[in-house]
Design a protein around this ligand. Structure first.
Ligand code: CA
Length: 493
């Protein structure tokens, strides 16, 4: 009996100690949590189209001014090694929405123009988009701008998790309504059944609209509207603001062009004015976030969907080549994140981040449930980012682009970059010291190159045949050539 009461006393004492410790820990946790990442922030994802690596002030542009983007970037963290999953539009966007390499889901080519009327295809419905995941986690979800992931009703943004869509469904658009409306009407009057995507009227949730504003301004205006409305609800928002600027056609407003009169090259001048139009919009959007008391709880991510097109006014310096290339200029893009008191301010991060990382990262921030069985190729980078750790240390970052009868491939691992391009032999660069990929050091490091190519070949085993090609001829040639012919691609001479 005595033993039992002693045991009882000990148990009691233990319980008191445990409960004290728990209370203490609770207090501690509560204090720590205020400095930790708050749950369910608003997420504003701003994507530019074909924006060059150095075509924003925060990434070193000398001739294009982007004061509003720079202010956000400088009060946030600039990522110097942000990679998209493909060097051109459609596949890059597919990867962003699905968290998967486009080659694994059959979307390694752009959808053809007017895909809604011609091939009637879009990103596989087996893939749950990040918008759906966030929508189901209680977010107000919106997309403003360019879609390019399927134009038929079953692929429409509204059925892929976006409550609100304002923009266009194709791969690009003209910028001046008074011009594109006229051209559209003319083609319609001529009985043209397939009217160029770029001339179609803007739409909101399936309803055609009579837009009158310069397209970039229209998108900024709609973003302000969406953010203002979202601020009136209790729920957080996810806004995917997909500007088509500065993608061609090169069309800018006079008021913006005036600011760049010092740029002699007309293409570059127009391109600069188009980037500035985005910046003007971002200024209003930031002001709206402030006025509606949402800036403090909003994570802003800014990036481009692929490298800049150097023949259309872009500059990717110091990166080699641009849009469409597997050299760095094709898929390494300008990027920053901004979130007051959470994302470190005034910092630069050289650790690689991939566009396919955003799916798991945003889901984690939203405390959202990723569907069981959903395959993902990226990683949640959030905690590593805050602690300064490289999520992708010793891992390969891939880019692969099919051309007529062959494929170009880039593989980055740590400081190494292996490249196979234009049917030349594999090359190897040390991009820590040679960011412009000028000095091929493959002959001095054959084992490193061989291993990277071997790993890339293994990765390519997970690819499937494309579900479409950007035009009929490319599809026919693909079959006639017996593509993808990876045995040729992954052979080291
Ligand atoms: Ca693009």
């Amino acid at each position: 009996m005595k033993k039992t009461s002693i045991l009882g006393l000990i148990l009691c004492a233990l319980l008191i100690v445990i409960s004290c410790t728990t209370t203490k820990n609770k207090t501690k946790t509560a204090i720590t949590q205020t400095t930790k990442t708050p749950e369910k922030p608003n997420i504003l994802f701003i994507l530019c189209d074909d924006l060059g690596y150095s075509d924003v002030g925060f990434n070193g542009s000398k001739d294009i001014i982007t004061p509003s983007l720079d202010a956000l970037a400088n009060n946030g963290t600039i990522f110097t090694s942000a990679y998209v999953a493909h060097p051109f539009c459609g596949p890059s966007r597919a990867a962003l929405m699905t968290g998967r390499y486009p080659h694994k889901i059959g979307s390694q080519f752009n959808l053809p123009p007017n895909s809604g009327e011609t091939i009637k295809k879009g990103i596989s419905l087996k893939e749950t988009f990040i918008s759906k995941v966030l929508d189901e986690a209680g977010y107000n979800t919106g997309i403003i701008g360019k879609w390019h992931l399927g134009s038929n009703p079953e692929f429409h943004p509204n059925v892929r998790g976006f409550d609100d869509f304002y923009g266009f469904l194709g791969g690009g658009h003209n910028y001046f309504p008074e011009q594109y409306r006229k051209a559209y009407a003319q083609q319609k009057a001529n009985g043209n059944k397939l009217i160029w995507d770029y001339l179609h009227p803007m739409e909101q949730n399936g309803k055609e609209l009579h837009e009158t504003a310069y397209v970039t301004d229209a998108f900024s205006r709609e973003a302000v509207r969406f953010i203002t409305d979202a601020g009136k609800t209790k729920d957080p928002f996810f806004l995917y603001l997909a500007y088509n600027a500065p993608h061609t056609p090169l069309e800018a407003k006079e008021e913006d062009l005036k600011l760049f009169a010092h740029i002699k090259d007309k293409k570059r001048r127009t391109y600069a004015a188009m980037v500035y139009a985005v910046d003007r919009g971002v200024k209003k959007i930031t002001e709206t976030l402030k006025e509606t008391n949402q800036l403090e709880n909003t994570l802003i991510i800014f990036m481009s969907d692929n490298g800049g097109k150097t023949t259309a006014g872009a500059n990717n310096y110091p990166l080699k080549e641009g849009k469409g290339s597997v050299y760095e200029g094709g898929f390494r893009v300008p990027m920053f994140m901004h979130w007051p008191n959470i994302v470190p301010a005034g910092k630069k991060s050289d650790n690689p981040v991939e566009a396919i990382d955003f799916y798991p990262t945003l889901a984690r921030l939203a405390n959202a449930k990723i569907p069981a069985g959903k395959e993902l190729d990226g990683k949640n980078i959030w905690d590593d980012f805050l602690s300064g750790k490289n999520t992708h240390a010793d891992e390969n970052i891939y880019v692969l682009r099919h051309r007529n009868g062959f494929s170009d491939v880039g593989v980055r691992k740590n400081n190494w970059k292996a490249v196979k391009a234009y049917q030349q032999k594999w090359k190897l660069f040390n991009i820590d010291v040679d960011i412009s990929e000028e000095n091929d050091i493959s002959s001095a490091n054959p084992a490193i190159l061989k291993q990277m190519v071997k790993e890339a070949a293994t990765w390519s085993n997970s690819h499937i045949q494309p579900y479409w090609w950007h035009d009929e001829k490319t599809g026919k040639d693909w079959k006639a050539d017996g593509m993808p012919k990876f045995d040729v691609t992954f052979k080291v001479d």
